[in-house]
Design a binder for this molecule. Sequence first.
Ligand code: TRP
Length: 455
Amino acid sequence: MSRPTESIHGQWASRWTFILAATGSAVGLGNIWKFPYIAGENGGGAFVLVYLLCIAVIGLPLMMAEIMIGRRGRQNPVNTLRTLAKEENKSSSWAAAGWIAIVAGFIILSYYSVIAGQAMAYVFRSFANVFEGVTAEGAHHIYLSLTHDPERLLAWHTVFMVLTMVVVARGVKSGIEKFVKFVMPALFAILLLLVGYAANTGVYFSEGVHFLFTPDFSKLTTNSVLVAMGHAFFTLSLAMGAIMVYGAYLSKNTSIFKVSMWIAIADTTVALLAGLAIFPLVFANELTPSMGPGLIFETLPIAFGHMAGGALFGGLFFLLLVFAAWSSAISIIEPLISWLVENKKISRRRASVTAGFGIWLLGLLTVFSFNIGENWLLFGKTMFELLDYITANIMLPLGGLLTAIFAGWIMSKNNSTDELGIRVPLFNSLWRILIRYITPLGIIIVFLSVIGILG
Ligand code: TRP
C-alpha cells in the first residue's frame, strides 16, 4: 500500500517549526497553573518525583510513539490508526482509540478555556496595578471577585474560545511559529525573574525547595500516583492525538528522538520553575499548598504587588500565560478539526465554528462550578473537578495505554523502527522494551492499584 508522503493539511516549514509548535502545545496551563496546585494538593516532593519518573519512562517513549504513528499515517488520529492497522493486517477497530482522543480533547478544552479566561482577566488587573501592596487575604478576595461572578467568567471564556477558533480556522501552521518563537523565551525570562524574587525570601525559599524536592513517601497515596501519571500525559499533550496530528505534518527526515527530548525537557523545566516561584510565596504568606486551582492566582499577585515594576511584569506574565494556553488550546482541538475536515468534508472554518460552539457550551459547566454550581457535586466533585478527573486521570492514561500497545505490539518491528529512524541499535531496543513492557505495565499497575485490586 502506498502511504501519503504529506498530510492534506500541509507540512511544517522545518523541524524547528514542529519543535516550536509541539513545545507550544506542551507548555501551557498544565505547567504553570496545574502542576503547582496538584503538587500542593498531593504533598509535594514524593508526588514530584513520581511525576518526573512518569515523564521519563512513560511520557518520553510515548511521545516518540505518537510522533512516529502520526508521521506514518499522515491523517487525523482515527484514520491514521485505521490505515496503520490495515497495513499490519490488524483489525480496523483500532480507529476507536482515535475516538477516545477526540472526545477527551473536546472535554479538556471546555475547562481549559475557562481557566485561560481567568488568566486573561488577570492581565488587565495586573496592568491596572490592582495588586499593588496586596496581602494574601486581598489576593484571595480579588480571585473570588472574579470566580464568583459567572458573567465575568463566561465573558472571558467566550473571548478565549473565539481567539482559539480563529487560529484553528485559519490552519494551525500560519502564525503559530511566529508567536511561539517569541512567547516561550519571554515566558521563561519572567519565570526566572519570579524565581529570583522567591529566592530573596530566604528561609521560605528553602522551605519551598524542600517541599518540592524532598520526597516524603508517607504523603503519597495511590490516587496521588494516578494524578502524577495523568499529569505527565496532560503536560506533554499526550494520548489525545494532539502530538499525533502534529507528527502528521512533520517531514520524514527529522529525528523523532531528539525533538521528543527537547520538548520533554523544555516542558519539565517550565513546570519546575513555576513551582519554585510559587511555593516560597505560599510559605512566606502562611498559605496552604493545597489550596487548589486558585493557587497561582492567589500567590503570584503578592509577588507582583511588592516588586518594582510589578504591574508591568505581572501584566506581561499573565499575557504570556494566555499565549502559552492559546498555543496549547489550538493543539487540543486539532485532532477533532482534522477529523471533521477529512471525514465530513467540511471546511476548516465550518469545522471550527461547530466544534467551538459545542466546547463553549460544555464550558458552562466549569464556569458554574466556581459559583452558582459550587455545590452541584457528583462523587464528591464539582463539575470542573469531575471533567478534569475523568479526562486527565482516566481517558489520557487509557489513550496512552492503547497508543503504547499499538506502537509496540500491533505495528511490526520493521515498520515502527523504520519510521522512528533511530540509528543506534541499542537505543532502538531500549525504546521497544519501554513501549512494549514498561509503559503499558506502568499504566496498568497504577490503574489496578487505584481500583483497589493491587496494594
Ligand atoms: N499540554 C498542555 C498543557 O500543559 C495542554 C494540552 C495541549 C493537552 N494539548 C493537549 C493536554 C493534549 C492533553 C492532551 O497545558
